[in-house]
Design a protein around this ligand. Structure first.
Ligand SMILES: [Ca+2]
Ligand SMILES: [Ca+2]
Ligand SMILES: [Ca+2]
Ligand SMILES: [Ca+2]
Length: 121
Protein backbone atom coordinates (compact mmCIF):
# COMPACT_ATOMS: atom_id res chain seq x y z
CA UNK A 1 0.00 0.00 0.00
CA UNK A 2 1.38 3.35 -1.01
CA UNK A 3 1.56 6.03 1.64
CA UNK A 4 0.61 9.40 0.33
CA UNK A 5 0.95 12.55 2.29
CA UNK A 6 -1.44 15.20 1.34
CA UNK A 7 -0.53 18.58 2.68
CA UNK A 8 -3.55 20.75 2.82
CA UNK A 9 -2.78 24.37 3.59
CA UNK A 10 -4.52 25.91 6.56
CA UNK A 11 -7.69 27.45 5.22
CA UNK A 12 -7.44 31.21 5.51
CA UNK A 13 -10.03 32.86 7.68
CA UNK A 14 -10.00 35.68 5.18
CA UNK A 15 -10.23 34.11 1.73
CA UNK A 16 -10.92 37.47 0.12
CA UNK A 17 -8.20 39.40 1.95
CA UNK A 18 -4.61 38.53 1.06
CA UNK A 19 -3.33 40.64 3.96
CA UNK A 20 -5.07 38.61 6.61
CA UNK A 21 -4.91 34.95 7.56
CA UNK A 22 -5.25 34.84 11.33
CA UNK A 23 -7.66 36.22 13.88
CA UNK A 24 -6.23 35.26 17.26
CA UNK A 25 -8.98 36.76 19.37
CA UNK A 26 -11.81 35.77 17.03
CA UNK A 27 -13.42 39.21 16.71
CA UNK A 28 -13.47 38.87 12.91
CA UNK A 29 -10.78 41.51 12.45
CA UNK A 30 -7.57 39.96 11.18
CA UNK A 31 -4.46 40.18 13.33
CA UNK A 32 -2.69 42.48 10.88
CA UNK A 33 -5.46 45.03 10.97
CA UNK A 34 -6.32 44.54 14.61
CA UNK A 35 -4.64 47.00 16.97
CA UNK A 36 -5.45 44.57 19.76
CA UNK A 37 -5.00 41.10 18.21
CA UNK A 38 -5.50 39.40 21.56
CA UNK A 39 -8.41 41.48 22.82
CA UNK A 40 -11.76 40.53 21.31
CA UNK A 41 -13.40 43.72 22.61
CA UNK A 42 -10.98 46.09 20.84
CA UNK A 43 -9.82 46.42 17.24
CA UNK A 44 -8.85 50.07 16.88
CA UNK A 45 -6.93 52.76 18.72
CA UNK A 46 -7.55 55.92 16.71
CA UNK A 47 -5.48 58.26 18.87
CA UNK A 48 -2.72 55.74 19.61
CA UNK A 49 -2.73 56.14 23.39
CA UNK A 50 -2.81 52.38 23.95
CA UNK A 51 -6.49 52.32 24.99
CA UNK A 52 -8.86 50.82 22.43
CA UNK A 53 -11.62 52.99 20.95
CA UNK A 54 -14.36 50.98 22.69
CA UNK A 55 -12.89 51.63 26.14
CA UNK A 56 -11.47 55.06 25.37
CA UNK A 57 -13.93 57.78 26.42
CA UNK A 58 -11.88 60.15 24.25
CA UNK A 59 -11.00 58.03 21.21
CA UNK A 60 -9.52 61.03 19.38
CA UNK A 61 -7.61 62.57 22.29
CA UNK A 62 -4.40 60.80 23.18
CA UNK A 63 -4.11 62.71 26.46
CA UNK A 64 -7.39 61.43 27.84
CA UNK A 65 -8.90 57.98 28.28
CA UNK A 66 -11.33 58.28 31.19
CA UNK A 67 -13.88 60.74 32.55
CA UNK A 68 -14.75 59.42 36.01
CA UNK A 69 -17.41 62.03 36.83
CA UNK A 70 -18.81 62.14 33.30
CA UNK A 71 -18.74 65.94 32.90
CA UNK A 72 -17.05 65.72 29.51
CA UNK A 73 -13.64 66.77 30.81
CA UNK A 74 -11.09 63.95 30.89
CA UNK A 75 -9.55 63.03 34.22
CA UNK A 76 -6.10 64.27 33.21
CA UNK A 77 -7.26 67.83 32.60
CA UNK A 78 -10.09 67.75 35.13
CA UNK A 79 -9.07 69.49 38.35
CA UNK A 80 -12.03 67.79 40.03
CA UNK A 81 -12.17 64.34 38.41
CA UNK A 82 -14.79 63.15 40.91
CA UNK A 83 -16.99 66.24 40.89
CA UNK A 84 -19.19 66.67 37.83
CA UNK A 85 -20.10 70.22 38.88
CA UNK A 86 -16.52 71.48 38.65
CA UNK A 87 -13.68 70.86 36.26
CA UNK A 88 -11.41 73.88 36.62
CA UNK A 89 -9.78 75.52 39.61
CA UNK A 90 -10.61 79.20 39.92
CA UNK A 91 -7.00 80.29 40.32
CA UNK A 92 -4.60 79.73 37.48
CA UNK A 93 -1.74 77.84 39.09
CA UNK A 94 0.77 78.66 36.36
CA UNK A 95 0.19 82.40 36.82
CA UNK A 96 0.64 82.12 40.57
CA UNK A 97 3.80 80.05 40.22
CA UNK A 98 5.49 82.64 38.03
CA UNK A 99 4.63 85.44 40.46
CA UNK A 100 2.29 87.13 37.99
CA UNK A 101 -0.67 85.99 40.06
CA UNK A 102 0.32 87.97 43.12
CA UNK A 103 1.07 91.02 40.96
CA UNK A 104 -2.37 90.66 39.47
CA UNK A 105 -3.81 90.47 43.00
CA UNK A 106 -1.98 93.64 44.11
CA UNK A 107 -3.23 95.52 41.05
CA UNK A 108 -6.78 94.44 41.81
CA UNK A 109 -6.41 95.60 45.42
CA UNK A 110 -5.08 98.99 44.27
CA UNK A 111 -7.95 99.37 41.83
CA UNK A 112 -10.50 98.51 44.52
CA UNK A 113 -8.92 100.95 46.97
CA UNK A 114 -8.96 103.63 44.30
CA UNK A 115 -12.63 102.96 43.59
CA UNK A 116 -13.60 103.13 47.26
CA UNK A 117 -11.74 106.47 47.56
CA UNK A 118 -13.67 107.82 44.61
CA UNK A 119 -16.96 106.83 46.18
CA UNK A 120 -16.10 108.67 49.40
CA UNK A 121 -15.08 111.83 47.54
CA1 LIG B 1 -8.96 40.19 15.99
CA1 LIG C 1 -7.21 55.35 22.26
CA1 LIG D 1 -7.92 58.72 24.22
CA1 LIG E 1 -14.44 64.90 34.42
Amino acid sequence: MEMKWVITPMPSLFPNDKNETLDSDGDEVGDNGDAFPNDASETKDSDGDGVGDNTDVFPNDKNETVDTDGDGVGDNSDDFPNDAAQSRKLDDQSLEDSGAGSLHYILMLMLMTLMSYRRKA
